[in-house]
Write a new protein. Structure first.
Lengths: 207, 444
């Protein structure tokens, strides 16, 4: 938990901003693997379905600010389309993941983009990740097709590989650069922190 | 869907979601189904506002334009607040579900006396300042509160001659010379009893409740109550996420025909053509109508206001308790009010809910004393719901049914029911030590 106000780095004052990022996409496209690679630098060929680790944080440093991602995994609730509204609530960024070797997962990704456009905040920063790029010999979703779709819908787009770590940090970094670094808008104030014994005001960004 | 589950949970009300979370955390393989396409069942918060109009006034009913964007409304069907130091808060903290939710203190806690409402005095300072009592009564009440604070079951010297297992609460009132009005708000607004039966029972539990009230008050200030941003419907979603993180499978919008029984024991549930097998069933009363009994009715009036409740110092959120005797009833009337500060209404709008246990043939008239305190009401939705409890404890059938949500204004009974059901179903108490994901939170 050393992320908040870690002090100035060379080059000027630094502030830490926290953002909620949600992952979406069909089961088994590698959502958890992407996060695990990004947060812990790990990859497991036979990653179990998400258990126990559905809330991870990681920071990336920009020139003038540190961005702390609070990353929400679907915890499998996407399987029967049973994600709760809470999942989308307050999300400032989303990565919609598909598997480049699975055409259906690309179709599903388009549905998730629609779902985000319907449920999430209008200012959400969305990225599309074509994962499993290391398995290019089994590719069925063409890069150009996905890129054209991403452009039409104003999504960031990269092909990624959680296995080789190709573009994993880059996609989070690209999102960080598009996030509004500054005082939060429409922030609710006066909430209590239950884990503290006394009253304490909690703000989520840019102290 | 082909495999067999340790437990199938039916309905995603708060109780079922907490149970589902506890079962998954305990290593059970859980399938959690709801026939609705949304989480929360009876404990959902309805959004957008159009959904509330449709539910109560039919498909063509529409909110007035000045009520703003429908999406800005999250209207609870059941009014409850969390005691800041109560069991549900402990459950939220221990399970880590707090991280999915944000809470605010309810701004004011009021009690009705002789046609007016007063702020509830809960500590010695407030007791001396209140206009609820005369000067001499205040001093007696202060003495009583000091005794409550010092009271320790394990130290007889603090008892001052009163035995928590043998003396009744009435005897405590008598000893401190407290009059009926003071007894009224102590028993109803501080100890949160719904009727006067407690007076003739041992005083121990009542003192514990008064202590809970003042400890909760001390925790965050303004009132002892907390409430989640976006409404109570967030609570079941949070516990459902906990369950999912521990491997629970979720299916919404899945019609459930019936529970399948073989040799007197549940073996699964029938959903259309398919039968899903499970060793145990946990459900709310609506999924097992033939296995519950009706034990009463609750009337609730949801009221939309474009102003704060009068005489609450413009509180953006508050609770008002009308002790039964003040209005000639057997059960108390509760009023809860939330607003834009709690993210349940657009700016300038308030949702107040008046509720009580039905005791006459005309339930709507029973909430009138509460409605009269609200000032002009822009819209009103009245519901009368049956209160069910399980006909048996489920040890034979392996069907564990929760009780309907009662009219109490807090979650004490909810948590008690949940922990009892868990203990009955698993034949052990819930082990909070099983929750390990807190340590997985950060990589730093």
């Amino acid at each position: 938990m050393a992320a908040r106000n870690t002090g100035a780095r060379p080059g000027g004052p630094n502030k830490t901003c926290q953002f909620k990022l949600v992952l979406l996409g069909e089961s088994a496209v590698g959502k958890s693997s992407l996060v695990l690679r990004f947060v812990k630098g790990q990859f497991h060929e036979y990653q179990e379905s998400t258990i126990g680790a559905a809330f991870l944080t990681q920071t990336v440093c920009l020139d003038d600010a540190t961005v702390k991602f609070e990353i929400w995994d679907t915890a499998g609730q996407e399987r029967y389309h049973s994600l709760a509204p809470m999942y989308y609530r307050g999300a400032q960024a989303a990565i919609v993941v598909y598997d480049i070797t699975n055409q259906e997962s690309f179709q599903k990704a388009k549905n998730w983009v629609k779902e985000l456009q319907r449920q999430a905040s209008p200012n959400i920063v969305m990225a599309l990740a074509g994962n499993k790029a290391d398995m290019a010999n089994k590719r069925v979703v063409e890069y150009e097709e996905a890129q054209a779709y991403a452009e039409e819908n104003a999504l960031l787009f990269m092909e990624t590989s959680a296995k080789t770590s190709m573009n994993v940090n880059d996609i989070f970094m690209a999102i960080a650069k598009k996030l509004p670094i500054g005082p939060p808008q429409g922030e609710t104030t006066g909430t209590v922190d239950m884990n503290q014994p006394q009253q304490q005001q909690k703000g989520s960004c840019c102290k | 869907m082909d495999e067999e589950y340790d437990a199938i949970v039916l309905g995603t009300g708060l109780k079922e979601c907490i149970i589902s979370g506890m079962l998954s955390v305990s290593g059970k393989k859980v399938l959690h189904i709801d026939r609705n396409n949304y989480y929360g069942g009876e404990s959902a918060s309805l959004t957008p506002l159009e959904q509330l109009y449709e539910k109560f006034h039919g498909p063509n009913a529409k909110p007035q334009p000045e009520m703003g964007r429908g999406r800005d409304w999250n209207v609870d069907l059941i009014p409850k607040f969390l005691m800041a130091n109560g069991e549900l808060v402990k459950l939220l903290i221990h399970t880590g579900v707090t991280r999915y939710l944000e809470f605010k203190s309810i701004e004011g806690s009021y009690v009705y006396k002789g046609g007016k409402i007063y702020k509830v005095p809960a500590d010695e300072m407030e007791a001396l300042a209140t206009s609820l009592m005369g000067m001499f009564e205040k001093r007696r009440f202060k003495k009583f509160l000091v005794w409550v604070q010092a009271f320790d079951r394990n130290n007889k010297e603090t008892w001052q001659g009163l035995d928590p297992d043998n003396n009744t609460m009435q005897q405590v009132y008598d000893k401190f010379g407290l009059d009926e009005n003071t007894a009224d708000f102590t028993g109803h607004a501080l100890a949160l009893h719904r009727d006067d039966d407690y007076k003739n029972q041992p005083f121990g539990p009542t003192i514990d409740m008064v202590r809970l009230y003042s400890d909760s008050l001390a925790r965050y200030g303004k009132s002892p109550y907390l409430y989640p941003l976006y409404g109570l419907g967030e609570l079941p979603q949070g516990f459902a996420r906990l369950s999912a993180i521990y491997g629970g499978t979720y299916m919404l919008d899945k019609p459930v025909d019936n529970i399948v029984i073989e040799n007197g024991r549940a073996v699964g549930v029938k959903c259309g053509e398919e039968i899903v097998r499970g060793k145990q069933i946990y459900c709310d009363p609506s999924y097992a109508p033939e296995r519950v009994k009706n034990v009463g009715k609750v009337v609730r009036a949801i009221c939309l206001l474009n102003h704060p409740i009068p005489n609450t110092n413009d509180a953006q959120s508050c609770q008002i308790i009308i002790p039964q005797k003040q209005v000639g009833r057997h059960y108390d009337i509760y009023i809860s009010c939330c607003s834009n500060t709690n993210m349940v209404t657009p700016k300038g709008w308030y949702v107040a809910m008046v509720s009580t246990t039905v005791e006459t043939a005309n339930p709507e008239a029973e909430v009138l004393p509460g409605l009269q305190l609200l000032g002009p009401i822009a819209e009103k939705f009245i519901s009368v719901s049956d209160v069910f409890e399980p006909a048996d404890l489920g040890s034979e059938s392996q069907i564990f049914i929760s009780r309907s949500y009662d009219p109490t204004s807090h979650f004490m009974t909810t948590c008690k029911d949940v922990l009892e059901i868990f203990a009955r179903g698993t034949t052990q108490e819930f082990d909070f030590g099983k929750i390990t994901h807190l340590s997985l939170q950060d990589n730093e």
